[in-house]
Design a protein around this ligand. Structure first.
Ligand SMILES: [Zn+2]
Length: 101
């Protein structure tokens, strides 16, 4: 199976093309609720242990996260890379040396 590789910012643009208008009509708060529901579905998939189901729920979770990001006018790749630029944002080490949580 050949799957096209994309940068996260390209994925965000693609999701905005597909769902942007619907997301705008729904608004940030209700779109965020969908993201949280999707995380719940991911939790069930993790408990269930089915790898293809986990893959699907991870992808859906990212899609909703990208929708929320777009509605907030935030490019998630830029946000991620400015926070996680090759080190842990708390201890500034790679690998992280923070105390276990
Ligand atoms: Zn750390």
């Amino acid at each position: 199976m050949s799957v096209r590789q994309m940068k996260l910012s390209e994925m965000q643009q693609m999701i905005t093309e597909i769902y942007g208008e619907r997301d705008k009509r729904r608004g940030v708060n209700r779109t965020f609720i969908h993201l949280v529901e999707e995380v719940g579905e991911l939790a069930r998939a993790l408990r269930g242990g089915d790898s293809s189901e986990m893959s699907r729920e991870l992808a859906d979770t990212l899609a909703w996260l990208l929708s929320v990001s777009s509605l907030l006018g935030i490019d998630l790749e830029t946000a991620f890379m400015s926070r996680y630029s090759n080190t842990c944002p708390k201890c500034k080490s790679n690998p992280c040396i923070c105390p276990p949580v």
